[in-house]
Design a protein around this ligand. Structure first.
Ligand code: SF4
Length: 329
């Protein structure tokens, strides 16, 4: 019995990658979907997409490698901190390793020529391929007929005639294809990656500026609540709600100062990404006091902990506008 052709595809959770996988399934190809985890996006949407079209899925945590790339992407950033060309190249490089481990024949993506300004131009797709280290083995079923034939098409493992020639920004053909393949329930395009979000990107730029060595844990802290740059050039997060506060308590570790009101519930704060975080203690305590909404109290006792040290400072609750210059928009 001849071995079945096997393809490993990136499934972000969007319609295009679902369609690409489904087109291949219809051609009798064994498909495995791969989805990735970093601090900026997770695997849930990819898994949900895989489940909808009935293919097996695998999730890979590439947080550390992705963060290293993010600090210095060869092809730069998109409109925000999204290094899409390098990001795709990295994901396909990881996918290629899985392809070799699984003895699969090729990789595929749901990319559509000309659909996204940064990463889905013809030259960008070539750059992605080069970065991945798997040139000639990456099939884009939705635009394949408009692109040079891949090795799997040349070797007759996938019938090029049955692939597609979709291009451009319109979603019309994808919607028709979804209908004909029986895919009814799919998410709208966009969303899902924090690196494309302006507010998040502003914080990340500031974090890399004050601490180029920032690690995954610092990024996780930076995701909770409001972000301030304090006069001593440390960053301070202040929880907006109970969920943020709990997360900050959980994440604050060595090298970070944890603050919260000593006598009543209120906002939790964390000073981080500074070699001397205690020099910003007073300002951080004032911010925590001001964001803790204690009517009638002009001063709040703020408890702090830093490694083996701890203490209480009295901090004035000020008008929040006083901290506007420090707040990252
Ligand atoms: S949008 Fe985010 S996840 Fe998608 S390629 Fe760009 S950086 Fe990577």
């Amino acid at each position: 019995m001849s071995k079945r052709v096997k393809g490993i595809g990136l499934l972000s959770g969007g319609l295009d990658s679902m369609l690409a996988a489904k087109v291949l399934v219809e051609l009798g190809i064994d498909v495995l979907g791969l989805t990735f985890v970093t601090p900026f996006f997770g695997a849930a949407k990819g898994f949900a997409a895989g489940e909808r079209i009935g293919i097996p899925m695998l999730a890979l945590d590439i947080s550390e490698r992705h963060l290293k790339m993010l600090k210095n992407p060869r092809y730069g950033y998109g409109s925000q901190m999204n290094p899409c060309i390098d990001c795709h190249g990295l994901m396909l490089n990881e996918a290629g390793k899985i392809m070799e481990e699984h003895g699969a024949d090729f990789l595929f993506t749901g990319e559509v020529l000309g659909q996204r300004p940064m990463s889905q131009r013809r030259d960008a797709m070539r750059s992605v391929e080069k970065l991945s280290g798997f040139s000639g083995r990456i099939l884009r079923p939705l635009s394949a007929k408009l692109l040079p034939a891949t090795l799997v098409e040349e070797n007759g493992l996938v019938d090029r005639a049955r692939l597609l020639d979709i291009q451009g920004r319109s979603r019309k053909r994808q919607k028709e294809l979804a209908h004909s393949l029986g895919i009814k329930d799919y998410p709208q395009p966009g969303g899902g990656c924090l690196l494309t979000v302006e507010g998040f990107s502003n914080r990340l730029r500031e974090l890399f500026r004050i601490n180029p060595e920032a690690l995954v844990r610092e990024i996780e802290i930076m995701k909770c609540g409001r972000a301030f740059i304090l006069p001593g050039q440390s960053m301070c997060m202040v929880g907006r709600n109970e969920g943020d506060n709990l997360k900050l308590e959980e994440l604050a570790g060595e090298g970070e100062v944890l603050l919260h009101p000593a006598d009543h519930p209120g906002a939790t704060g964390v000073i981080f990404s500074s070699p001397q975080p205690l020099q910003d203690l007073k300002t951080a305590a004032e911010i925590v006091s001001s964001y803790s909404h204690i009517p009638g109290n002009s001063t709040t006792r703020i408890e702090w902990k830093y490694e083996k040290q701890s203490g209480i400072v009295a901090a004035e609750a000020r008008n929040k506008d006083d901290f506007k210059q420090m707040l990252i928009p």
